[in-house]
Design a protein around this ligand. Structure first.
Ligand SMILES: Nc1nc2c(ncn2[C@@H]2O[C@H](COP(=O)(O)OP(=O)(O)OP(=O)(O)O)[C@@H](O)[C@H]2O)c(=O)[nH]1
Ligand SMILES: [Mg+2]
Length: 516
C-alpha cells in the first residue's frame, strides 16, 4: 500500500475518532500512529473540553463573575495530560555551553565557566538527573542553526556518541530553534534540551498550587507548538503532513494548532479567574492598611529563609534548590514599633530566563507592583553576586515596577556567615544571615523607616480619653507604639503610626466629637 495512503487513512481515523469522542468523558488521549514511521504523536483532546472552551470564550466576553471558574480536578488533569517536555524519569546529561567570545551576543555580565556552573546547578536541582560530562565550545554564530563551526561540531558529535550512558544533551542557550534541535537530535541520537526546557521542567516538578500548574502549562505551549511543527515537517518530508484530514477541510497541523490554541485560551481564562481572586485579596489587605513588603532576589539567595526568620512562619520551607518557590505567598510579621507588615515571598530570578517563561510568571509578580517596599536579597557568598544583582534589577525594570519602588529598594546582603571576615562592599546595604538570625533587628528598623516614608504614614502623639472607644479604634486601625496612661484624669497619651486616611477618619469620628 502506498505510504501516503496509509498516512491519509491514519488522519482519517484520527478525525473520526475525534468526532466520536464520548462527550461525557473528561479526556480522551488520542494517539495518531503514523504506520510506516512508527512514530507516535500523542495529543490530549477532549470534545467536552472544546465545548467548555467555547463556553469560556463566550462568557469571557460577557464577563460574569463565575466565568473563569475551572475546578481543581480539571486543572490537575490539564497539567498531567500535557506532555512532559523532557520526558519522565532519570537523565544522564552531557552539557554543552556555547561561548560567544565577541559581538552583540557576548555575555558581558558573566563568564563561560560561571554559566556552565549554573547549568550544572540546574541539572543537579532535578531529582535523578546527573551530569556525565560537560564542555565549553566557542562559537561566533549562536543564532544560526548549527551554532558551532563544522570542525567543532564534528569533534563534539564524536565525543557525545563516544560517551556511554548519555540520555540527553543540554545546550546551554536560552532557546534552541526547532531546526537546531532537530539537527542536533539527529546527529547525537539523544534528546536535546535548552535552558527553556530544563527550567520549565524544574518548574513542572516544583509546581504545587493551581496557579503554578496553570502557568507551567501555559509556558509549555510554545514548546508544544514547535515540537508539532517538527513532527509535521517530518511527515511532510515523507509526503503527507499538510494534507487535509479527509472531509474536515483542516490539515493535521491546523487541527493540532487549534487544539493548542484552545488549551491556551482555557488556561488564560483560569489564570484570569485566579488573578481576579488575588486582586480581591489584595484590595482587602489594602483596606486593612497593612503595608506590603515584597522580598525579591536571584533564585536560592535565601528569600524564603529570610521571611521565615522575620515572621516565624513554620509553614515556609526553604530548600537548597533552584526555583523552590514558584508561588507568591504572603506572611505577616511585626516591626519594632509593633506595626504589622505583610511579607510577599516571590519566585526567584535566573539569568537568561526566556521571556515567554517570564511572561507566564509575571502575573505572579503583580503583587510586587502593588507593594509598598521591595527588599532585594542577595547571596553575597555567591561568586556571581554582582551579576545576579544586575540581572534582578534588569528584570525588575522590565516588569515595569514603578519608580517609587525601584528608588527605595532595601538591599540585603545575605549569607554573610559563609563569607570569611565579611566587609560591606556597598553603601546602604544591610549584612545579614537569615539562617543564623544575624542582622535581622537592624533590618526590621530599616524596613520600618522605609515603610513609614513610602506609605506616607506619620508618627503622631495623640491625647486619648479612656472612657471613649478612641484607644480601641486606634489599636484596630493604626499601629499603637506607646501608651502613657494618666489614671487620675482617665486619659492617656498615645504614640501611633497612622496613615493620612485613617487619621482623617479618626479626626472625623473623635476630634470633631461625632462619636464618643
Ligand atoms: N549559610 C547560609 N545559608 C542560607 C542562608 N539563607 C538561606 N540559606 C540557604 O540557602 C538555600 C536556599 O534558601 P531559600 O530560602 O529556599 O532560597 P530562595 O531565595 O527562597 O530560593 P528560591 O525559592 O528557589 O528562589 C537553603 O538551603 C537555605 O538554608 C544564610 O544566611 N546562610
Ligand atoms: Mg523561596
Amino acid at each position: 500500500m502506498e505510504a501516503s495512503y496509509i498516512r491519509t487513512t491514519a488522519f482519517y481515523h484520527y478525525t473520526r475518532k475525534l468526532c466520536r469522542c464520548d462527550a461525557n468523558s473528561m479526556a480522551n488521549t488520542l494517539v495518531l500512529r503514523s504506520a510506516e514511521a512508527g512514530r507516535l504523536l500523542c495529543h490530549t483532546m477532549s470534545t467536552r473540553r472544546c465545548c467548555l472552551l467555547s463556553e469560556i470564550e463566550r462568557k469571557h466576553h460577557t464577563g460574569s463573575e463565575e466565568d473563569y471558574y475551572i475546578d481543581d480536578s480539571e486543572i490537575d488533569e490539564l497539567f498531567q495530560h500535557q506532555m512532559p517536555m523532557v520526558g519522565e524519569g532519570d537523565h544522564r546529561i552531557f552539557i554543552v555551553h556555547p561561548d560567544v567570545k565577541w559581538g552583540s551576543r557576548k555575555q558581558y555580565l558573566t563568564t563561560a565557566n560561571l554559566m556552565m556552573e549554573e547549568a550544572v546547578g540546574l541539572v543537579n536541582t532535578l531529582q535523578n538527573w546527573s551530569v556525565i560530562d560537560k564542555v565549553i565550545l566557542s562559537t561566533k554564530t549562536p543564532e544560526k542553526k548549527m551554532i558551532f563551526g563544522k570542525g567543532n561540531f564534528q569533534t563534539l558529535t564524536e565525543r557525545i556518541r563516544g560517551t556511554p550512558g548519555i540520555t540527553a544533551v543540554f545546550v546551554n542557550v536560552e532557546r534552541l530553534s526547532p531546526a537546531s534541535e532537530k539537527e542536533f537530535e539527529e546527529a547525537w541520537r539523544v534528546k536535546v534540551f535548552d535552558r527553556y526546557s530544563v527550567v520549565l521542567h524544574i518548574f513542572r516538578c516544583n509546581a504545587r498550587t493551581k496557579e503554578a500548574k496553570l502557568q507551567v502549562s501555559l509556558a509549555e505551549i510554545p514548546m508544544l507548538r514547535s515540537r508539532l511543527r517538527n513532527e509535521v515537517a517530518n511527515l511532510d518530508q515523507q509526503g503527507g503532513g499538510s494534507r487535509c484530514i479527509m472531509g474536515s477541510g483542516e490539515t493535521l497541523m491546523e487541527v493540532q494548532q487549534r487544539v493548542l490554541q484552545e488549551r491556551k485560551l482555557k488556561i488564560c481564562s483560569a489564570l484570569e479567574h485566579l488573578r481576579r481572586k488575588r486582586h480581591l485579596l489584595r484590595s482587602q489587605r489594602k483596606h486593612r492598611d497593612f503595608p506590603i513588603v515584597s522580598v525579591m532576589g536571584y533564585t536560592n539567595c535565601g528569600k524564603t529563609t529570610l521571611i521565615k526568620a522575620l515572621t516565624g512562619d513554620a509553614a515556609l520551607q526553604p530548600r537548597d534548590q533552584l526555583f523552590a518557590t514558584l508561588d507568591v505567598t504572603v506572611h505577616a510579621g511585626t516591626l519594632p514599633s509593633h506595626m504589622t507588615v505583610l511579607y510577599v515571598d516571590t519566585i526567584g530570578f535566573l539569568s537568561q530566563l526566556p521571556h515567554q517563561l517570564i511572561d507566564s510568571f509575571s502575573a505572579t509578580l503583580e503583587d510586587v507592583i502593588h507593594s509598598d517596599l521591595i527588599v532585594h536579597v542577595r547571596d553575597i557568598s555567591h561568586p556571581e553576586t554582582v551579576n545576579q544583582k544586575e540581572n534582578v534589577l534588569n528584570v525588575l525594570r522590565n516588569l515595569q515596577i514603578p519608580d517609587r519602588l525601584l528608588s527605595s529598594i532595601v538591599e540585603v546582603h545575605n549569607k554573610i556567615d559563609l563569607v570569611d571576615s565579611y566587609e560591606p562592599s556597598e553603601p546602604n546595604s544591610l549584612p545579614i544571615s537569615a539562617l543564623r538570625g544575624q542582622g535581622l533587628e537592624e533590618l526590621k528598623i530599616v524596613v520600618e523607616e522605609a515603610i513609614v516614608k513610602s506609605t506616607g504614614k506619620q508618627v503622631l502623639t495623640l491625647p486619648v480619653d479612656l472612657s471613649s472607644s478612641q484607644l480601641s479604634w486606634l489599636y484596630k486601625e493604626a499601629t499603637v507604639q506607646e501608651v502613657d496612661v494618666n489614671p487620675d484624669e482617665g486619659s492617656a497619651v498615645v504614640k501611633v503610626i497612622i496613615s493620612a486616611a485613617a487619621y482623617g477618619r479618626y479626626r472625623k469620628m473623635f476630634e470633631l466629637g461625632l462619636v464618643s
